[in-house]
Design a protein around this ligand. Structure first.
Ligand code: NI
Length: 392
């Protein structure tokens, strides 16, 4: 279908206004009630069939084309983060301690902009377009909640596409890659049970701090010595809690950690071997332990055929020089729960327009170059106009 350039000025202005409104009114995961209501009202005004409350606060807007074609889903996540915003801009967060520090405000605004353009070209559509506004991407698995609430079956979704604004790339660049893109992200929770006592009499105690220290050092042997060096993996212990005072050996230490990988076999090996190391150091010291390995987000893996097709579409829509091969990211993305079930492609849209918009995601000064929004609107609209008939 023909390229969309140039986008109507009223749509771009509207997308920026929505983005700034959401930035001022951020909501945490599964609490996106104002955001979801805004989305639902907008979609209804554009004559979409709207379903609310999917996976707690998720919203789906459906429109059907006049010709046969696949049912495709375009997804935007809606949640903000528990961070106190430090940007000195007129549209800064008005909610203390909460801000859109990952760009999800832009994701919602772009998909609503695309919703407007799709509605205006409804007569040209094939297949069925499902606009999915997802809650709780940040660590709480809103995508999983929507899947478990039957999102994919309810609407018969056959293909899924999603994007993330990325301050790692210059404004307006589209980045994507075939296969593993974002890492899997799991959590470990450990309690080491020793036997408390006087700091001057370690031989009468089982020191859980010593055992925790031995574990923290030893666990890195898994990535260094037991996992294929060509298969990226990370084990990070992010929290250690034990003890109260200089001269007392406590009875217990607790540790929290995160585990990342790009391969299901590596992920499974990490889960098993972390416990093996823990068991070893505890046994050698006479301590006991509890170990919880919490599987959170799977690897986000892009379908090869879909990705090749989206790359070609992006090149046609925004120009081949603006489409790049994205590197793998050790971050995680719960779009993976959709990509596990239907052929899917997730892509990045660069939003770094200079120093003010170059802060990393989740930084208190994170902000986007709003000129990037046009690229996302353009991509999502092009997917809606083309994917139902043309995508593999
Ligand atoms: Ni994000």
């Amino acid at each position: 279908m023909t390229a969309l350039a140039p986008l109507p000025d009223d749509v771009i202005a509207d997308v920026i206004a929505i983005r700034r409104d959401l930035q001022q009114h951020p909501e945490l995961g599964f609490e996106e009630r104002r955001t979801a209501a805004l989305v639902a009202a907008r979609l209804r005004a554009l004559d979409y069939d709207v379903t609310e409350g999917i996976g707690v606060t998720g919203v789906a807007g459906v429109t059907r084309g006049t010709r046969p074609g696949k049912t495709i889903m375009l997804r935007a996540d809606m949640d903000a983060l528990p961070i106190e915003e430090e940007n000195d801009v007129a549209y800064a967060s008005q909610t203390r301690g909460t801000m859109h520090a990952c760009g999800h405000d832009g994701h919602v605004a772009m998909l609503l902009g695309a919703a407007t353009l799709i509605a205006r070209r409804r007569a040209e559509l094939a297949g069925t377009i499902v606009l999915c506004f997802q809650p709780a991407e940040e660590g709480r698995g809103g995508a999983k909640a929507m899947v478990e609430d039957g999102l994919l079956e309810r609407f018969g979704i056959e293909r899924a596409y999603g994007l993330h604004l990325a301050s790692a790339f210059p404004t307006g660049i589209v980045g994507l890659r075939e296969g593993a893109f974002y890492a899997s992200s799991d959590s470990i929770e450990i309690t080491i049970e020793g036997a408390g006592g006087h700091g001057a009499a370690p031989h009468l105690s089982i020191d859980p701090i010593y055992v925790a220290g031995a574990f923290i050092v030893a666990v890195q042997q898994i990535v260094a010595r037991q996992i294929d060096p060509l298969a990226p993996a990370v084990v990070t212990i992010g929290a250690v809690h034990a003890g109260t005072i200089h001269n007392v050996i406590p009875s217990r230490a607790t540790l929290l950690g995160t585990v990342r990988a790009f391969d299901a076999d590596v992920r499974n090996a990490l889960a098993e071997r972390i416990e093996r190391v823990l068991r070893g150091v505890c046994e050698s010291s006479g301590a006991t332990y509890t170990f919880d390995y919490l599987r959170r987000y799977p690897v986000t893996s892009n379908d090869a055929e879909q990705t090749r097709w989206v790359r070609a579409l992006a090149a046609a829509e925004i120009g081949a020089t603006r489409v790049i091969e994205a590197p793998k990211l050790m971050g995680a993305e719960d779009f993976s729960f959709f990509a596990e079930r239907v052929p899917a492609c997730f892509y990045s849209v660069g939003c770094n327009g200079g120093p003010a918009t170059s802060f990393p995601h989740h930084h208190a000064k994170f902000d986007i170059d709003e000129r990037a929004l046009e690229t996302g609107v353009r991509m999502m609209t092009a997917l809606a106009l083309n994917a139902p008939e043309m995508a593999p």
